[in-house]
Design a protein. Sequence first.
Length: 323
Amino acid sequence: MKPIHRLAAAAAVSAFALLAAPAWAQNVKVTPLGGIDGEFCPQDRALIFEDPNGTRILYDPGRTVAGAADPRLGKIDILLVSHMHGDHLGNAHNAAPNAGSCAAPDVSVSDYPNSNAVNIALAKNSKIVVGSDMPPFFAAKLKALGGNPANAMLARFGGSVTVGGVKIATVTAMHSNGVEPEYIGGELGKAMKEAGIYGDVGLATGYVLTFSNGLVTYLSGDTGITADQERVVRDLYHAKLAVMNMGDGFTTGPAEAAYVMNELVKPAAVIASHANEVGTVGGKVRPGSKTEAFVKAVKVPVFVPLSGITMEFTSRGACAAGC
């Protein structure tokens, strides 16, 4: 074959390879839906993960997603809820995106007795994938509201489900997990509230997501330090990206969360979450904050989730854009 023909053939093969590139050659998009655009605020929990195949996952909508009509949501195929506390499930939500301030958001819209998560799932016809004994709660709420109770799906510890091409596994999170009486209502709810007790729905959960490009992502949820962060998240699943809650008081503090990242999970990159403080001012990490302490203590790149700014991650957990 003449040299010019060899070059033409090589070019044709290269072009075909680009056109036929599988999903693993693409990136996973992560978009924070926080309280104030471009900032990392005390109530911020919600993240949207978009698989290269288009599947969109909303994690812990909490209070900063301004209900099912929030224009930032778009299509939501799956909701993940780590546990039933109001700042994750959504016992109230922002009156509108950017309502109030970072330190004092306007979360004046109540979501009792349904929850922000249930209202979003109903409006978007989303699957709600949860672990432990949480699925019956969501199934009952969906059924009562005219939705499909089968959209509440169980991912039990030690197993997984695949939805929309994304494999979802639940892992240990050491944290309380009770349903507030206001979600139950009636005489039973009233009696529970008077007695100061919550409804038991089993253990809180973390998640491990395996996307179609091969990226494995650990979502810690609210948790303390567990051996599973090494033996399961790292040794079994080999997570390359981690979303680590580090706000102290209700979850690991910055020093403890940094230990989890540096010594147990050992991912390639980390997204800070659940700071319970004003983490940034003008989009910059606030000096003297817990967020700053965490970023400085972790040995791999830590990315602060600024609301509305999309980050993209490769299969190896490297940030390819937006960080």
